[in-house]
Design a protein around this ligand. Structure first.
Ligand SMILES: [Zn+2]
Ligand SMILES: [Zn+2]
Length: 338
């Protein structure tokens, strides 16, 4: 960014949508950007999903707050849709500067602890990394790819350090922030305890990664987590699709208006994917990894490969739940047609 001042750089990150201000935070390919939202309320400012921690994003927040005329201590709450590093990451850092309360669901805070907290236990071993490797091995990942997993998974830890102190959002109870009354709606499948925040009076929703425009949110079969994540995700789409949403503010890409229609498209996408997987099983039992390579090719980097495999497992489990596939083997799992 030669020749640009800090303020010009941060300017390109800020977009105002009425009373909603979006600040974009940089993250890894293919998503590239995460959306944070800044809202003013009676008791101060709220930041929704501050983004993944990196020196660039810390500088970006300094620049953005400066430009918006907000002091860190004016921030009274940090609200998190879910525990993924691209949303949760900077919440501890921002809490230290602002002394704001950090709000998330109980299930999301437990998932955060399982994924990021266990690495900091005194044993020095990271249970989440070990369990992730075991899961990928069980589902047929090649040894060369398995060997890439520890560095890949440990690479997330600096993005979520320090961990915030969490205040739990009570399920079903409305929560007030940013001068509005929001209904938290918990849906699973993408991340345990994911919350969307819906304002009934206006039909506005802050939907995190539960529904995204143009991209299908990753369905995550993760160690120690939901064992039927696609089932949870599809149920969540039906719940969210029934709301009278007029405008959605997602965790990635731009705000959009066709939210109910988008939930229907995503439901259809997953039915098509299930049918395609069933076809791929016609030649005989195959591991989730083999199915994953057939669907997504073998040139994915380890980051995308892990997401693709996790999503493939989620679909195969759903086929099994629907009585359309069956599982063979214990030490190396394969799926076949029923
Ligand atoms: Zn996410
Ligand atoms: Zn995300």
């Amino acid at each position: 960014m030669k020749g640009m001042t800090q303020s010009q750089m941060s300017k390109s990150r800020i977009t105002a949508y009425g009373e909603f201000t979006r600040v974009r935070m940089e993250m890894a390919f293919p998503l590239r950007w995460e959306n944070s939202y800044v809202l003013q309320g009676e008791d101060g400012w709220t930041v929704v999903d501050p983004g993944p921690r990196s020196p660039e994003n810390e500088a970006a927040w300094d620049g953005a707050l400066n430009e918006l005329g907000i002091r860190a201590t004016d921030i009274s709450s940090i609200v998190l849709t879910h525990h993924h590093p691209d949303h949760y990451g900077l919440s501890g850092w921002l809490q230290q500067r602002s002394e704001a309360q950090v709000w998330m669901s109980k299930a999301a805070s437990e998932a955060a602890w399982r994924n990021w907290g266990s690495a900091q236990q005194e044993s020095g071993t990271n249970g989440f990394v070990e369990a992730s490797i075991a899961l990928c091995r069980l589902h047929g990942m090649e040894p060369e790819r398995l060997a890439q997993l520890p560095a890949h998974l440990e690479g997330f830890l600096p993005q979520v350090d320090p961990q915030p102190e969490i205040s739990v959002i009570e399920p079903g109870l409305p929560i007030r922030f940013g001068g509005r009354l929001w209904h938290p709606i918990e849906t699973g499948g993408h991340a345990e305890g994911h919350l969307s925040f819906y304002e009934e009076a206006t039909g506005v929703i802050l939907c995190g990664d539960a529904v995204l425009p143009r991209i299908s949110p990753n369905i995550s079969y993760s160690p120690g987590g939901d064992e039927h994540p696609l089932r949870s995700y599809l149920n969540g789409l039906r719940t969210l699709g029934a709301l009278k949403v007029t405008r959605a503010f997602p965790g990635h890409r731009d705000p959009f208006e066709n939210f109910p229609e988008r939930t229907v498209q995503l439901l259809e996408h997953h039915e098509q994917r299930l049918a395609r997987m069933e076809e791929l099983l016609q030649g005989g039992p195959r591991s989730a990894y083999e199915i994953c390579i057939s669907l997504f090719g073998d040139s994915l980097g380890i980051h995308q490969l892990r997401f693709a495999l996790s999503e493939t497992i989620a679909h195969l489990v759903e086929l099994e739940d629907r009585g359309r596939a069956t599982r063979h083997g214990e030490r190396e799992v394969r799926f076949g047609l029923k």
